[in-house]
Design a protein around this ligand. Structure first.
Ligand code: SF4
Length: 196
């Protein structure tokens, strides 16, 4: 079989896995009283660095229009799970943050399982490493091609300058936003992460 036929077969298998995982996710989050999009919004507010947790970035991560992202967030605001706060550096924007009730809801949701974990556990250590590396490479290509936005911590980002400010409380630097970052900030997810 030639490489393009193999790639098409693997792409079809990934799509089938994604549908199965999505069905597993839907069942788990619906049982908790959320839609998958609402669960993704809660995750975004929980994991994203506070200064980039804007509705605009949520829209990019979800792959939806800005108005759609706002429509996903509003019921969570009404339920007292997410709040809009002033942006720390840009008065024109607001950021999304979990309320204490939102943090509790996310802590319950975070334990959901798509069912894929059990299948992946059947792989041997070498197989798991190779699968993880291959998936990461494919995802990075999709990010580079602009077809996918994946929030990730600073490590491995082309803009990351680790240790640029030695001896400082904010030892790292981001060349994209031109700002020093502390350890905790650099460890949080950023929707601007661009694989190096
Ligand atoms: S763009 Fe990259 S280096 Fe800058 S904050 Fe985001 S992940 Fe970190």
């Amino acid at each position: 079989m030639d490489r393009s036929a193999r790639a098409a077969g693997i792409a079809a298998a990934i799509l089938r896995l994604a549908r199965a995982a999505e069905a597993g996710e839907r069942a788990a989050v619906q049982a908790a009283g959320f839609t998958p999009a609402q669960a993704a919004a809660l995750r975004f507010a929980a994991k994203t660095r506070p200064d980039v947790a804007t509705p605009g970035h949520l829209a990019r991560v979800l792959g939806v229009r800005h108005a759609t992202a706002v429509g996903i967030v509003n019921p969570l605001v009404d339920r007292g799970l997410i709040e809009r706060r002033p942006h720390p550096f840009d008065r024109r924007q607001s950021v999304l943050a979990l309320t204490p009730a939102g943090r509790e809801a996310w802590a319950r949701l975070e334990r959901w399982s798509s069912g894929l974990e059990a299948a992946l556990e059947t792989l041997g250590p070498g197989e798991l490493d190779a699968f993880e590396a291959a998936i990461a490479k494919v995802v990075a290509e999709q990010v580079r091609a602009g077809r996918l936005v994946v929030s990730a911590p600073c490590a491995g980002c082309v803009h990351f300058r680790p240790g640029a400010h030695p001896g400082s409380g904010r030892p790292h630097d981001c060349a994209l936003i031109g700002r020093a970052l502390g350890e905790a900030e650099a460890a949080m997810e950023c929707p601007e992460h661009t694989p190096a």
